[in-house]
Design a protein around this ligand. Sequence first.
Ligand SMILES: Nc1nc2c(c(=O)[nH]1)N[C@H]1C(S)=C(S)[C@@H](COP(=O)(O)OP(=O)(O)OC[C@H]3O[C@@H](n4cnc5c(=O)[nH]c(N)nc54)[C@H](O)[C@@H]3O)O[C@H]1N2
Ligand SMILES: Nc1nc2c(c(=O)[nH]1)N[C@H]1C(S)=C(S)[C@@H](COP(=O)(O)OP(=O)(O)OC[C@H]3O[C@@H](n4cnc5c(=O)[nH]c(N)nc54)[C@H](O)[C@@H]3O)O[C@H]1N2
Ligand code: SF4
Ligand SMILES: [Mo]
Length: 754
Amino acid sequence: MPSLDSQNNIETLRRICPTCEACCGLVMEVDRDEQKIISIKGDPDDHRSKGYVCAKSQAFNYIYEDGERLRHPVKKTANGWEAISWDEALDTIAEKFTHIRDQYGKDALSMYVGNPLGHDFAAGIYLQSLMASIGTERFFSAGTVDQHPQQLVCWGLIGHEWLFPVPDLERTELMICMGANPVVSQGSLLGRPNVKDAMKTIRDRGGKCVVIDPRRTETADEADQHIFIKPGTDAYFLMAFAQVLFDEDKIDLAHLADYVDNVDALREAVSQFTPESTAAVTGVSAAVTRQLVADYTATPKASLYGRIGLCTQEFGLASHWMLMVISILNGKLDQEGGMMFATAPTGGSGPGVDGDVKPYGRWHSKVRGVPETCGELPASLMAEEITAPGNEVRGLLTICGNPVLSVPRGDKIREAMDTLDFMVCLDIYINETTSRADIILPSTVHPEHSNVDVTFQNFTTRNYASYSPRTFEPAEGLKDLGEIILDISARMMGLSSEDMDGYVYQGIVDMAIKRANAEGYELTADKINSLVTGDTSPERFVDVMFRSGPYGDFFGHNPDGLSLDKLKNHPQASMDLGSLKQRMPEIVRTPGQRINVMHELFADDLPRLKQRFDELTAEQAKADGQQMLLIGRRHVRDMNSWLHNLKPYVRGKNRCTIKVNPLDAERIGLVEGGTAKVVTHVGEANVPVEVSPEMMEGVVSIPHGFGHIYGDSQQSLAESALPGISCNDLIDESLDVASSTCVVNGVPVQVYAH
Ligand SMILES: Nc1nc2c(c(=O)[nH]1)N[C@H]1C(S)=C(S)[C@@H](COP(=O)(O)OP(=O)(O)OC[C@H]3O[C@@H](n4cnc5c(=O)[nH]c(N)nc54)[C@H](O)[C@@H]3O)O[C@H]1N2
Ligand SMILES: Nc1nc2c(c(=O)[nH]1)N[C@H]1C(S)=C(S)[C@@H](COP(=O)(O)OP(=O)(O)OC[C@H]3O[C@@H](n4cnc5c(=O)[nH]c(N)nc54)[C@H](O)[C@@H]3O)O[C@H]1N2
Ligand code: SF4
Ligand SMILES: [Mo]
């Protein structure tokens, strides 16, 4: 509830920070008359973040105030960008896209959706309608440079593409973290503000934290043990881990014993991968692996978590398959202190059957015939798909994305964009991607609209429901992103926006009635319509979801239950819904609720794993002087590519550097502060050098999201203060072929002194 200091007309508002997945509670002082945010601090009373915030908490305000942010639709003309009306913009878009679809077919249209969309609940709700109205198979998103392997593993094992197990940090006694750096990233598919504090708490209660990473990261610095691993070899390390479980008779399926199939086939599949046979390939000694397995099996409350360092590599799917299967084999999936599932208040993770349509290979990319996964083609194939001879993409829509910097072969994607007939971007900046567009539609930013963390409530380590009120009226002439998406999809379908909105609402009401019936409550559309609350359509939709969700009031049937109104009247932005609870087997949505640890989706990759293992074993002998493996890195003041026009996040020393181990530096002749020339078969770049023992030998690291170098953005600070280079211009279209996920870690590069 806002409070008002009437003397100064300063209001105190609470909300959730919209910038990353941690979803910290903020308390802000706001001057409504001046439309100014006076201060943003951590809300000490937020039950999850307890006053914690990171440097990016201020981004909420900096973005709002950035004079270069777009505040009206623009179109490209011979004389530069020109402001246009919403009607002209929307009519032109619908007309051009419809024309392309009618003349050349739906796959002549394409879409790319980026990460910030996940932080806007209204946009998320309407996105499905837009995808349906565009209907293209050439759909791309940041997901194929991110979590697709995890989606596939969750689908294959438990029949849910979007329900990921998270480490139960509240109760775990052993946290093993692979290919993630949550102290800097603030946790991904792991919603826990201040992971550093969570690790300290684990250690204070006698528990242990272990990090497995080719770089001794900021998270490793907080851990008891750090294990270097060669990039791209985690699957072998984890197979060896599983092999020891079998060999030492540590298989204990606990409450899942009656549901798990094919354990013996899995035993056979991993039998050749022992700690000894994999040590040379992974760089992890057999003794270290055996000790870690011993610690894991001896600790009933142990969690094994991995994130994007495990996804975006040559064996992303196999790594995450093994990761989840190990938890199952040793009775640590869905157990307190192990890997558990959140129960999100908007529902969607209850019982059902989802797992019968394999989200893999339902269609293929036109040029290389790469299989779709989870409805998408790999983003790194955008350029070749756009320019496919005789089968070109002619119209492209990007939403909250900057693929030119964030996707492998970004430079090529940018060039390909210039061959399009028509390109539209829904974005708040003119940047490396959106500068290619014919029309850019900006939208309100977070202070100008309300929000609910519909997505992130699914990945939290403690259940919660949250509501963030709008801080200010939107600037004149700005629409919410959700509304824009709705308007475009309606126009493409030949409907009014009101009618389209009505269809979306109807779908949500139908679902609510089904959920109520399953609980034994009678509920009608009339009753819902008469009781639903919310200031906007998306708020009303979320009210219906909350009220028919696992904590819901079911429109009066469960009077103490949750509703949007209750959340709005809650003193904090976030309401505590308790510790994670055991949810299996009820939530398993595979046919017959079977958990097939050898699902063909993963098992089909075994021959490739074995073949590559033989190659890697043979390659050990011939290490080349310049040949290194490139991995990425995140910094606490970055958020992919889009916070670089904000002064506080680009001052200080250049962080777009290459980090290299001292021994490698010496061999190659690199010095601290000098320059390295990094070469791959698709590109080369000169990058400032940081020499550091935090890097594993043979591995170098360059962050992504830089390369503000084209000179046609309207982000003058990004281009002048910290342009950097884009590591994605050096990275080719290689894929983890089992999951069609882009490989951006473990990329072979040649490094020279410049
Ligand atoms: N080499 C390498 N590449 C990577 C990664 C890596 O680790 N290494 N990580 C990958 C990952 S995990 C991800 S998620 C992707 C990210 O890739 P993208 O999702 O494409 O993200 P960004 O490049 O940050 O671009 C975000 C865009 O959203 C716009 N934007 C920001 N806020 C808003 C808003 O409120 N409204 C609207 N309409 N637009 C907004 C920004 O202006 C910017 O254009 O990058 C991937 N690329
Ligand atoms: N400050 C900041 N926070 C962010 C973002 C940001 O850009 N900046 N981006 C957000 C987004 S979109 C996402 S998806 C999340 C990602 O969240 P995280 O997954 O925690 O992200 P990273 O920090 O990239 O951590 C990946 C780790 O994997 C390691 N690694 C690389 N290759 C391998 C390998 O082969 N094996 C192993 N075991 N490890 C490897 C890297 O050294 C790195 O430490 O972060 C989010 N939070
Ligand atoms: S950790 Fe994430 S949610 Fe928390 S303040 Fe920083 S950016 Fe915001
Ligand atoms: Mo991401």
